[in-house]
Design a protein around this ligand. Structure first.
Ligand SMILES: CC(C)(COP(=O)(O)OP(=O)(O)OC[C@H]1O[C@@H](n2cnc3c(N)ncnc32)[C@H](O)[C@@H]1OP(=O)(O)O)[C@@H](O)C(=O)NCCC(=O)NCCS
Length: 199
């Protein structure tokens, strides 16, 4: 694994996890945080404990490429969240992605869109995917808007399937195909995205 691997945008960089990031994850493991309110709040016992154990295990085993998750830093080097891919080897041509910017003071400045631009482009470059998707819910207008800005389209709506604070909301799946991404990425303002390999 190249230690200095990074995907660099205008506002954020993505890089592999290092041991000291675990302290940040432990601090972010706060069910009262804004990130928890938007990221699947209908899951009972939702917390980052399982994710932290998973990250620790990956660190101890040694990270493999293509990466299945990367950490988001601001351009000044502050660790603010992560992106990941829920990839199933039995379903190699499709993957689902996730993102969390846990430091919510950074929301609404384009960082989520930029981080996912870099991440989606990396996944399409490094893996033989024909599609990438994500699932969110009606109560997360930020993620729905990020998807729309990136060119994702709504592919499924499971009506009234998540119960949050006594109210039912729709669960929404969005997706983008490789060729749609190829056409879209030219319009996204991120530095350092290599051209599609023509070989
Ligand atoms: C979802 C998330 C990554 C978005 O990151 P971000 O840096 O705020 O995203 P951006 O700034 O790039 O884009 C947010 C967009 O939502 C819009 N938005 C914000 N609040 C909104 C609202 N209440 N209604 C509609 N749109 C809204 C912003 O205006 C912006 O769109 P614009 O660029 O057209 O103005 C971030 O909110 C987050 O980490 N949330 C917690 C975890 C989570 O929900 N993850 C997704 C799980 S599927």
């Amino acid at each position: 694994m190249p230690e200095d691997f990074q995907l660099r945008g205008n506002q954020v960089t993505l890089r592999p996890i290092v041991q000291s990031d675990i302290t940040d994850y432990e601090r972010w493991n706060d069910p009262s945080s804004k990130a928890f309110q938007f990221d699947g709040p209908w899951y009972k016992n939702d917390n980052l404990s399982a994710l932290i154990e998973h990250r620790k295990k990956k660190l101890s085993e040694g990270l493999k490429t293509p990466y299945r998750s990367l950490e988001i830093d601001t351009i000044k080097g502050k660790h603010i969240g992560w992106v990941n891919a829920y990839h199933n080897e039995n379903d190699p041509h499709a993957t689902a992605i996730g993102i969390s910017i846990n430091v919510d003071e950074h929301w609404g400045k384009g960082m989520g869109t930029e981080a996912l631009t870099l991440w989606i482009d990396y996944l399409f470059r490094e893996m033989n995917l024909i599609r990438i998707g994500f699932t969110t819910w009606q109560g997360n207008p930020m993620m729905l808007r990020v998807g729309e800005k990136l060119g994702f389209v709504e592919e499924a709506r499971i009506r009234r399937s998540c119960l949050v604070k006594g109210q039912f909301y729709d669960r929404i799946s969005m997706g983008i195909l490789r060729e749609e991404w190829g056409a879209r990425k030219a319009n996204l303002l991120v530095l350092d995205i290599p051209e599609e390999d023509s070989t």
